[in-house]
Design a protein around this ligand. Structure first.
Ligand code: HSE
Length: 428
């Protein structure tokens, strides 16, 4: 057997503990697969005394992850602290500068600093791997970068935040309000320390930005993404969408269009019978479309100790085997700055509005839509309450700027009594 591959693990939360467990539990299996013993030299975390239910006695301890990153007995620095700045970035840069390979689960750091870190890693001729950063246990980076390398990728889509999908599923299946489902997810420990990372779509947006870079050969461009969270999705919308044969999902879509790179992470309607529509609970799904392969659907656990540690270990095994790949699938210097699409691809839209229940109200709405180029495909009125008439409209394929103009024109009609809800219907 060749020399052991020696890990330094920074961060002993859920994922770090999971990695230690796999290294301890599967020593012979990892050795057989990589031809090298996989060992841990040293670890680092915020608290040394905390009982994590694992034996760390054989490993050296470092208080400072930067010191860990530079240790002579560390070949691979495993960054599992999180956060786009601060210790995670400092230690990652220290490791790369010291000529160490790095494995990280840190989507925020890659979404914000992916290009500079990739340039640094490639200048130092070391690996920077991050399978665990996107969709937890699903080997999506490997699929996109290796298995689908022969394709021109046309579109990448995904439900990549399990917490949001859990909340939407509880609302749909059990009639919980958004707040009730949110509180339940909180009680179960699903939410990030800053819940807006989850429900604001930011965490999933980080993941989509990374996938878009690999798929389209562009520098990571998280700042250009359209981000709408799930906070405004109501049980009414879930019910109405269901009546029409749709589910509401926090869906990420990235595609290269004639207008530039389109990246969206927004609540969308998808057909209830589609794989994305059938995805329930905390599970993730990524759909990749390529000119040769057509469509590939990957489904699996997007978070948690075992699944995320599984992805980290996959990267470690690749490094141990000597597999070297450019960080985003092609040399960082060849990644082009993304030109953001100046408008979203046209789509059908779901519109829900409350109208004042008086003669001519609907006609005024139809006129406002029509004057802005929005054509109605289907329309339904339901459950009249005292003085108001809820109306549901499905548009024909429309340009988003036209829709926005139509929505802006509605208050002047004097017949719309609450802010309309507009959700994109995605063809999947
Ligand atoms: N908070 C994320 C989720 C997991 O709910 O999917 C880590 O990205």
């Amino acid at each position: 057997m060749s020399d052991p591959i020696r890990l330094g693990i920074a961060g002993l939360g859920t994922v770090g503990v999971g990695v230690v467990k796999i290294v301890q539990r599967h020593a012979s299996l990892l050795g057989a697969r990589t031809g090298r013993a996989v060992t841990i030299s040293a670890v680092s975390a915020r608290s040394r005394d905390k009982d994590r239910g694992i034996n760390l006695g054989d490993y050296a301890w470092e208080d400072d992850p930067v010191d860990l990153a530079k240790r002579a007995d560390v070949d691979v620095f495993v960054e599992l602290m999180g956060g786009d700045e601060g210790p995670a970035k400092d230690a990652t840069e220290a490791a790369l500068n010291a000529g160490k390979d790095v494995v990280t689960a840190n989507k925020a750091m890659l979404a914000h600093h992916g290009q500079t870190l990739a340039e640094l890693a490639e200048a130092k001729n070391v690996s920077l791997r991050y399978e665990a950063a996107v969709a937890g246990g699903i080997p999506v980076i490997k699929s996109l970068m290796e298995g689908l390398a022969g394709n021109r990728i046309t579109r990448v889509m995904g439900v990549m935040n399990g917490t949001c999908n859990y909340i939407l599923t509880r609302m749909d299946e059990d009639g919980l309000s958004y707040q009730e489902a949110f509180d339940e997810a909180d009680g179960l420990g699903f939410l990030e320390a800053d819940p807006n990372l989850d429900v604001g779509g930011i965490d999933a947006g980080h993941k989509l930005a990374i996938l878009a870079s690999i798929a389209f050969g562009t520098q990571v461009a998280f700042g250009d993404m359209r981000l709408d969270g799930i906070g405004k999705v109501s049980i009414d919308d879930i019910r109405r969408a269901g009546d029409l044969g749709y589910k509401i999902k926090l869906l990420g879509v990235a595609q290269m269009t004639g207008r530039g790179l389109e990246q969206r992470m927004t609540p969308c309607l998808v057909p209830a019978t589609s794989p994305l529509g059938q995805l329930v609970g905390g599970t993730n799904m990524v759909v990749i479309e390529g000119d040769a392969v057509d469509q590939v659907v990957l489904r699996g656990p997007g978070a948690g100790e075992g699944p995320t540690a599984s992805a980290v270990m996959g990267d470690i095994c690749d490094i141990a085997r000597g597999l070297r790949l450019p960080v985003f699938g092609q040399p960082a210097e060849t990644l082009v700055p993304a030109t953001p699409a100046n408008a979203e691809s046209p789509a059908r839209f779901y519109l829900r509005m409350e109208l004042v229940d008086k003669p001519g109200a609907l006609a005024k709405v139809a006129t406002a839509l029509g004057e802005n180029g929005i054509s109605i495909d289907r329309m339904r009125q339901y459950d009249h309450a005292e003085g108001t008439a809820p109306v549901l409209i499905i548009t024909h394929k429309s340009a988003r700027p036209d829709l926005d103009a139509a929505l802006a024109a509605l208050p002047a009609t004097g017949v719309v009594s609450a802010e309309p809800v507009a959700l994109r219907i995605e063809d999947v």
